[in-house]
Design a protein around this ligand. Structure first.
Ligand code: ADP
Ligand code: MG
Length: 250
């Protein structure tokens, strides 16, 4: 068992956003979560990455129960994520966005930064190297010095992924990585995500674009009203009656 949730639930007041979800994320694979709006997909990610505490249930990563840990601690274990809405510093360069994102995630404390100790300087060099490395991995070196406002929507999505990669994650959670971009750009991003998986990063993504998911995912979980209604390989999901009903609202 690599990464799994056990009867994971989250209630907001009277609303059960996630209900007793058992899901195993397979190592080195592209794991996908689909489901209508409001199905609890983002909440599921928030529970796994420590932004929300579960109402009940557990999250296990490599035999450790992690749902009580802070999001920083969870990140240190090698779990990174992107958010449904990308929050970048629009007036800074792509490179600086990655640097700042990386600093916010590394452990140099404020006093260190102010005193500019040797350790901090060393870390600064490492920080820059890391930034170039992740810009390369995400195909962004040619826009590194551009101001974020001036890059394309797809490139912004790539920057968000670059930020997450700066922590050297083992597992990467992507919340609707292709939302709001055109089909060509979607293909580019799908290619990037597939490459990351080939590099050995375990991927778990939330996605609405069914065609893309059916082509790239190894495994799919379908959520509806907070509950897992189906799980399996794309070909199984494709012909699942309950899934078809949930999507068509019939
Ligand atoms: P999805 O990502 O599948 O569209 P969400 O996980 O964002 O769905 O939301 C699932 C349900 O939980 C929705 O009904 C939403 O309104 C509710 N919800 C999500 N976050 C909160 C919150 N912080 N407080 C109250 N309700 C929330
Ligand atoms: Mg969502």
């Amino acid at each position: 068992m690599y990464f799994e949730t056990r009867e994971l639930s989250k209630e907001f007041g009277g609303l059960t956003a996630v209900k007793e979800v058992d899901f195993a994320i397979e190592k080195g694979k592209i794991n996908a979560i689909i489901g209508p709006n409001g199905a609890g997909k983002s909440t599921f990610f928030n529970l796994i990455t420590g932004l929300h505490r579960p109402s009940s249930g557990e999250v296990f990563f490599k035999d450790q129960e992690i749902s009580h840990l802070s999001s920083n601690k969870i990140a240190e274990l090698g779990i990174a994520r992107t958010f449904q809405t990308t929050n970048l510093f629009e007036r800074a360069t792509v490179f600086d966005n990655v640097i700042v994102g990386h600093r916010l995630r590394t452990k140099t404390n404020l006093l260190d930064a102010i005193l500019r100790t040797k350790r901090c300087k060393q870390e600064e060099e490492q920080c820059k190297e890391k930034a170039w490395e992740v810009l390369q991995a995400t195909g962004l070196t040619h826009v590194a010095t551009k101001i974020v406002t001036n890059i394309s929507q797809e490139e912004k999505k790539r920057v968000a992924i670059a930020l997450a990669l700066a922590t050297d994650p083992e597992v990467l959670f992507l919340d609707e990585p292709t939302a709001g971009i055109n089909p060509d750009e979607t293909n580019g991003l799908a290619g990037l995500i597939t490459e990351l998986a080939q590099m050995g990063i375990t991927i778990c993504l939330i996605e609405h674009k069914m065609k893309m998911i059916m082509q790239m995912a190894d495994k799919i979980m379908v959520l509806n009203y907070g509950e897992k209604i189906a799980e399996g390989a794309p070909e199984e999901i494709n012909k699942n009656e309950e899934v078809i009903r949930a999507y068509l609202g019939g």
